[in-house]
Design a binder for this molecule. Structure first.
Ligand code: SAH
Length: 265
């Protein structure tokens, strides 16, 4: 006897097939810092959403609007309610990504931001990287298999055509919750073969993977980690100029994806 049809499973397969083969419509851009977000908000003439669809009292800010055929949403985790600084890091970015995906149902996530770069791996100030894979460098769990869970290695959405057609560098990203780098982090970053390090990427990738939304990561280098200058000084010195380079690169990617489906990237 033939096995009974499981129509629900068939529909799911069809749906996921059509999702990667229909033009991208809604884009969710996750950005940790206001200085990184504002150049893009201006570029796409986005407006700040007033009637928040998110829980009352959270500092998350949504900028939205249409650009060409795209419905663009930039989500910024906002300022810490007590300390008044940007809510950077993995905890806030993963919560923000989860809530934004649930609410906005994006076709694509772009995590854009600044990062430290390693000159030994070819990174220079102002370089913009399209990330090929992400992992964590500060989740040390030295028990078999949990060690791999801690590292949380994930491939990003494959975008060979973006790489071919746009002038972006490609490299691996390592994420941790500190701006500085202790010796243990340094050896994990080395083991991760990373060219850039940030404080959000792998957390955004975790949520994107969980909710099955394709994600790309665009990271612009504000400081050279293996250089001579102290990271904080160099970061602050270059932030505004590098945010402008980031804006240009994200705008190029947005123009590129307009009218295309995920499978064409
Ligand atoms: N002193 C800064 C702190 C920002 S934290 C301030 O004025 O607010 C740094 C932010 O930039 C994070 O969102 C992180 O993702 C990114 N970043 C830039 N350089 C980094 C580095 N060397 N290591 C880790 N994250 C870095």
């Amino acid at each position: 006897m033939a096995p009974p049809h499981d129509d629900s499973k068939l529909e799911t397969a069809d749906e996921s097939l059509s999702a990667s083969n229909r033009p991208i419509s809604t884009v969710l851009i996750i950005i940790a810092m206001q200085t990184e977000a504002l150049p893009l908000v201006n570029k796409f003439q986005l407006s700040q959403a007033v009637d928040s669809v998110f829980p009352k009292g959270v500092p998350w800010v949504r900028y939205h609007g249409t650009y060409k055929d795209l419905n663009i949403n930039i989500m910024w985790p906002g300022k810490d309610a007590v300390l008044g600084v940007d809510s950077v890091g993995t905890v806030s970015s993963s919560l923000l990504t989860y809530a934004s995906v649930q609410t906005l149902q994006p076709d694509l996530i772009i995590n854009a931001g600044t990062a430290g770069g390693f000159k030994a791996k070819g990174a220079c100030i102002g370089d913009v990287f399209l990330v090929s894979e992400v992992a964590f460098h500060d989740r040390r769990i030295p028990i078999p298999v949990f060690d791999l869970y801690g590292v949380g290695l994930r491939q990003t959405c494959s975008t060979p055509n973006i790489l071919k057609d746009l002038n972006l560098k490609v490299g691996k990203l390592s994420t941790g919750d500190s701006l500085d780098m202790c010796p243990q982090d340094e050896s994990s970053i080395f083991a991760n073969d990373a060219t850039v390090k940030d404080m959000e990427g792998a957390a955004v990738a975790y949520v994107a993977d969980l909710l099955k939304v394709p994600a790309v990561f665009i990271k612009a280098v504000t400081d050279v980690v293996d250089g001579d200058k102290p990271t904080t000084e160099e970061f602050l010195e270059n932030l505004a100029a590098v945010a402008a380079a980031l804006e240009q690169a994200v705008a190029q990617v947005i123009d590129y994806i307009n009218g295309k489906c995920i499978a064409e990237l």
